[in-house]
Design a protein around this ligand. Structure first.
Ligand code: BTN
Length: 335
């Protein structure tokens, strides 16, 4: 039992109303003096607790990803419920989740940070991770899958992220194979999965997801490869990151168990319907360098099939694809 956590829980259960000192001390079974010390402790840790001589205390609701705000509203049964690690600042949630996975933490362990000092993107890039605006989350998976089936998991995650944005905010989120999530051709989320294999196959997989939520567009660095957007820019209003995270963990869990139960077909069809590249001419990394072809399908492994000008089908298993004639995103995503 931890008293500051218990106090946070009481505040959470009574959010939007004042709680008297007497109520708090009775609830926690501590003296009024201890209540004052605990409140001070929360304030020292960055929580905004208002106090009033007549009314008592009130926690100002912040859209904070601390466990007390996220866990009570989780709709997932496992993800985020087993272990939920929260950091105000960390180098990279993927680094931390990889350490935890190596120490044996179970599947469904979640690592969340309010900001990252060395957020990692794919292909050695960095992930822009300013405090409070985005969601930076990593999840540990321990799938009973053959190594060759791992790319399917990549599609599972892409579908889960895109459908979170689609169902929670009615946003037309699309998947740019393999792992970028776009809205109106602008990148709103990125996914970085890292696999550790042992003698028996997959040991664990850490999947890190970065979502741009309440970022003002003008704050993004100028040198991003793909024009960025955020949910706030698309909806023209800030949204609750707590809600996005809760929905995301639910969709991830549902789609992941669907994969484990052998129903990849439904995920594949959803992924195809959300794809930005199918039917388009793309440039892709081939063993002979950059090649061009028509993206015609995603196969049963989650690989992209590209038809060259001679009609030959090439299987693209990894790397990045670029649209040969990328559409120009509108200057104002709200338009
Ligand atoms: C990409 O599009 O290049 C992938 C970006 C992945 C970013 C996320 S943020 C949470 C997790 N921690 C990291 O350091 N990276 C991933």
């Amino acid at each position: 039992m931890s008293l500051p956590k218990d106090l946070l829980r009481v505040f959470y259960d009574n959010r939007d109303r004042w709680v008297t000192e007497t109520e708090l001390s009775e609830n926690l079974q501590v003296s009024a003096e201890t209540v004052r010390d605990l409140v001070q402790m929360l304030q020292d840790n960055g929580y905004q607790v208002e106090s009033s001589p007549d009314r008592g205390y009130r926690l100002i609701y912040q859209d904070s990803l601390v466990p007390e705000m996220v866990i009570p509203g989780l709709m997932s049964r496992v993800f985020g419920r087993r272990e939920y690690f929260f950091y105000r600042e960390i180098d990279s949630t993927n680094n931390r989740a990889l350490e935890l996975a190596a120490q044996g933490y179970p599947e469904g362990t979640v690592v969340v940070a309010e900001s990252q000092t060395a957020g990692r993107g794919r292909r050695g890039r960095t992930w822009y991770s300013p405090p409070r605006h985005g969601i930076y989350v990593s999840v540990i998976f321990r799938p009973q899958l053959a190594v060759r089936e791992v790319p399917r998991l990549s599609l599972v995650i892409g579908v889960a992220v895109a459908e979170t944005l689609e169902t929670a905010f009615q946003l037309p989120a699309r998947i740019k194979w393999p792992n970028d999530i776009l809205i109106n051709h602008r990148k709103v989320a990125g996914i970085l999965s890292e696999v550790a294999t042992g003698s028996k196959g997959i040991d664990y997989i850490v999947t890190g997801i970065g979502l741009n939520i309440n970022n003002p567009l003008q704050d993004f660095p100028d040198d991003l490869r793909t024009a960025p957007t955020s949910v706030m820019a698309e909806k023209e209003a800030p949204v609750s990151r707590v809600r996005v995270l809760q929905e995301l963990l639910m969709h991830l869990e549902n789609r992941y168990y669907q994969l484990l139960e052998g129903d990849f077909n439904d995920i594949l069809n959803k992924g195809k319907s959300m794809s930005t590249v199918l039917g388009k001419e793309v440039e892709y990394d081939s063993p002979d360098g950059l090649a061009i072809g028509l993206a015609v399908d995603i196969d049963d492994n989650g690989f992209l099939l590209v038809k060259d000008k001679f009609g030959k089908i090439h299987t693209v298993t990894s790397g990045e694809v670029y649209l040969s004639s990328p559409p120009t995103p509108s200057a104002d995503p709200a338009l």
